[in-house]
Design a protein around this ligand. Structure first.
Ligand SMILES: NC(=O)c1ccc[n+]([C@@H]2O[C@H](COP(=O)([O-])OP(=O)(O)OC[C@H]3O[C@@H](n4cnc5c(N)ncnc54)[C@H](OP(=O)(O)O)[C@@H]3O)[C@@H](O)[C@H]2O)c1
Length: 313
C-alpha cells in the first residue's frame, strides 16, 4: 500500500479519536450552576491581546470581571470600555504579595470566584545558543559569563510562563473549590508547548512546563474543570514581550496574520461554558496531527518546522 494511503488512514483515525474525545469530555452542565450574569471571572494578563479581548466578551454578557495586569493605563482604559462589571487590578502575577491582595479583594467584593483564565505569558524568540552569544555556524565555546547571562534570560521566561501560573494555581484553587458551584480554570498555553520549533526553545519549554503542571493539577482536583488552550500564532504584539528582545533587531512589528483575537477569546469562553476538559489545539489541523506525528516521524516534523521558521541550521 502506498505511504500516502497509510498517512490518510492515520489522519482519519486520529480525527475520529479527537471527535470522540470532545464528546466524552463535554459535560455541558455549567449554565445550570453558574448563570452567565452571576459568573465571577478573574482574568490574569488582561491589559492587552487575548486577555483584554476575553475581558470585553465577558463584560458584554454581564459577567463580573476582574482584569489583572502590571500596566495600569491600559487596564483603566479597559475598565472604562467595559463599564460597571469590570474590576481592574494592577498586579504582577509572579508576585505572591500582589496575588494575596487580589484574593482578599475578590473575597471582599464578590465572596469568591467561579472562573480563572490565565492569559499572561512572555515570549522568547532567539535560537537557544544565541542566548549565549553563539551565532549559527559558529562552533566556539561560550565563556562562563555568556552561559550565565543565557540562564538569567531563561529565568525570566520561567518566571513569566511557569512561576506565574503556579502562583495563580496555589493562590486560587482552594477559593475556587470553596466558593463556586462549578469551578473552572483555563490556562492559555501554546502549540509551541507540544510541537517543537526553532527560535522558540525557551518559550516552548516554559509553556510546556506550565501545561504539564496544569494537566497534573486537573488530576489532583477533579472538582475543577481544567482546560488548556493551545493556540498557534495570534494577531498582536506578543513578541514585544520577549525576554530575549534585546538580542534582536526587529521585534516590534504587530503580527496581523495570526488567529483573530475575538475567535481565540470566544473559544476560551465557550470551552469553559461547556465544561470542556483537556487540551484544545487551535487550529486543530495541522498542529494536533503534527504533535502526534512527531512520535512517528520526528525528522519530518523537524524539517517542516525549519521550513516554516525559515531557519538554517
Ligand atoms: N500571540 C501569540 O502568537 C500566541 C500564540 C500562542 C499562545 N499565546 C499565549 O497567549 C497568551 C496571551 O498572549 P497575547 O498574544 O495576548 O500577548 P500580550 O498581548 O503580550 O498579552 C499578555 C498579557 O499578559 C500580561 N502579563 C504578562 N506578564 C505578566 C505578569 N507577570 N503579571 C501580570 N500580567 C502579566 C500583560 O500585561 P502587562 O504587561 O501589563 O503586565 C498582557 O496583558 C500568552 O500566555 C501567550 O503565551 C500567544
Amino acid at each position: 500500500m502506498p505511504s500516502s494511503t497509510y498517512l490518510a488512514g492515520a489522519v482519519t483515525v486520529l480525527a475520529a479519536v479527537f471527535a470522540l474525545r470532545r464528546i466524552l469530555n463535554t459535560k455541558n452542565y455549567r449554565f445550570g450552576l453558574v448563570q452567565p450574569t452571576e459568573e465571577r471571572v478573574l482574568i490574569l494578563g488582561a491589559s492587552s491581546g487575548l486577555g483584554r479581548t476575553l475581558a470585553k466578551q465577558y463584560a458584554a454578557r454581564g459577567a463580573k470581571v476582574c482584569a489583572v495586569a502590571r500596566r495600569s493605563e491600559p487596564l483603566a482604559e479597559l475598565a472604562q470600555e467595559c463599564g460597571d462589571g469590570c474590576l481592574p487590578f494592577v498586579a504582577d502575577l509572579t508576585d505572591v504579595a500582589d496575588m494575596e491582595k487580589l484574593r482578599e479583594l475578590l473575597l471582599r467584593q464578590w465572596g469568591g470566584l467561579d472562573t480563572l483564565h490565565i492569559c499572561a505569558g512572555v515570549s522568547a524568540v532567539q535560537p537557544v545558543m544565541a542566548l549565549a552569544g553563539i551565532k549559527s555556524g559558529n562552533e566556539e565555546d561560550p565563556d562562563a559569563g555568556s552561559v550565565r547571562s543565557a540562564t538569567e534570560i531563561a529565568g525570566r521566561a520561567v518566571q513569566g510562563n511557569f512561576f506565574g501560573p503556579l502562583t495563580a494555581a496555589l493562590m486560587f484553587i482552594p477559593m475556587l473549590k470553596r466558593t463556586s458551584p462549578s469551578p473552572a480554570i483555563l490556562l492559555v498555553s501554546s502549540v509551541a508547548a507540544i510541537v517543537p520549533a526553532p527560535t522558540r526553545g525557551l518559550y516552548a519549554a516554559t509553556k510546556a512546563a506550565s501545561l504539564l503542571l496544569f494537566q497534573s493539577l486537573a488530576i489532583e482536583h477533579p472538582e475543577i474543570a481544567f482546560t488548556c488552550v493551545l493556540p498557534a500564532t495570534i494577531e498582536g504584539n506578543f513578541r514585544s514581550s520577549a525576554v530575549d528582545a534585546h538580542l534582536s533587531q526587529k521585534i516590534d512589528e504587530t503580527n496581523k496574520k495570526g488567529l483573530k483575537l475575538e475567535y481565540v477569546a470566544s473559544r476560551c469562553a465557550d470551552a469553559v461554558d461547556e465544561g470542556l476538559r483537556g487540551n484544545i489545539v487551535l487550529p486543530w489541523m495541522p498542529y494536533a496531527i503534527a504533535h502526534h506525528l512527531y512520535y512517528i516521524l520526528p525528522s519530518f516534523i523537524e524539517k517542516q518546522a525549519r521550513k516554516k521558521y525559515n531557519f538554517t541550521a
